[in-house]
Design a protein around this ligand. Structure first.
Ligand code: ATP
Length: 247
């Protein structure tokens, strides 16, 4: 069996020294796979992603127990910028585009975090325009005036400018119409299959996540309540109404 790209062993995350947001989460992301974290509001999905990327620190969150491994290195205390250098990037919930910059300028900001030549940046940009043709059409437009779905594409495209191996994608469907959500997941799926980029995504929308992910973890109150291939999870009648919102 190939070694996992990412592995979490029994991690526990506390905010402000008192709020226990993640109690005990273990999970694996195999190279080249799409893994979904499913679960209700406040279950601990975003905190898990931020603990991996090192961004939890910025909110006074701390991994107080357990270990996180990426590319066989212990990254439990790694900083976000050092992880970007290793090809691990996060797309935050809510997209966070620079509203006054153009779509292309937003994309370019994602490339500067890694020290790349001008030619390499242009190559990355062209690749992103290949997968997101809509962004090419909009490249001179101010990002703040694009639609929610387009801003999600900008946020994902910006992360891809760092040439990641693993993208942590927080709630990509949030606030978007079903057709737009489908379009975004289709692109994620294509990037995964054609470019080998792995994704660990947090989603409340279980049906879309189960459709596109290979493996799923259902998170409840900071713990893993169930896990398995998405094909298996879809058939588990005990999980349908309780966790997955599927009937
Ligand atoms: P959502 O989809 O609503 O973001 P989630 O499953 O991603 O839900 P988290 O955002 O990780 O859940 O929240 C887990 C718990 O940690 C919740 O009780 C939440 O109130 C708390 N929490 C999240 N962020 C912070 C923070 N910055 N400071 C303090 N508590 C936090």
């Amino acid at each position: 069996m190939t070694a996992p790209l990412l592995q979490l062993d029994n991690i526990e995350v506390i905010y402000d020294k008192v709020i226990l947001a993640v109690r005990n989460i273990s999970l694996k992301v195999a190279p080249g796979s799409i893994v979904a974290l499913l679960g209700a509001n406040g279950a601990g999905k975003s905190t898990t992603l931020k603990a991996i990327s090192g961004l939890a620190n910025a909110e006074r969150g701390e991994v107080v127990d357990g270990r996180i491994y990426y590319l066989n290195r212990d990254i439990t205390s790694a900083t976000p910028d050092s992880l970007v250098e290793l090809g691990l990037v996060q797309v935050l919930e809510g997209r966070h585009c620079f509203a006054h910059l153009s779509v292309e300028e937003n994309l370019l900001t994602g490339g500067y975090v890694r020290h790349r030549s001008h030619a390499r940046l242009n190559e990355s940009l062209e690749k992103i325009y290949h997968y997101f043709p809509r962004l090419k059409l909009l490249r001179r437009n101010q990002a703040g005036y694009t639609s929610g779905g387009e801003q999600q594409m900008v946020a994902i495209g910006r992360a891809l400018m760092a040439e990641p191996k693993l993208v942590l994608l927080d709630e990509p469907s949030m606030g978007l119409a079903p057709l737009v959500v489908e379009e975004i997941f289709e692109i994620v799926h294509t990037l995964n299959r054609q470019q080998g980029v792995s994704f660990l995504l947090a989603e409340q929308n279980a049906s879309i996540a189960l459709k596109y992910a290979d493996v799923g973890y259902i998170i409840e109150s900071g713990r893993v309540a169930a896990e398995g291939t998405t094909a298996d999870l879809k058939n588990r009648s005990d999980l349908q109404a309780l966790y997955l919102g599927l009937e």
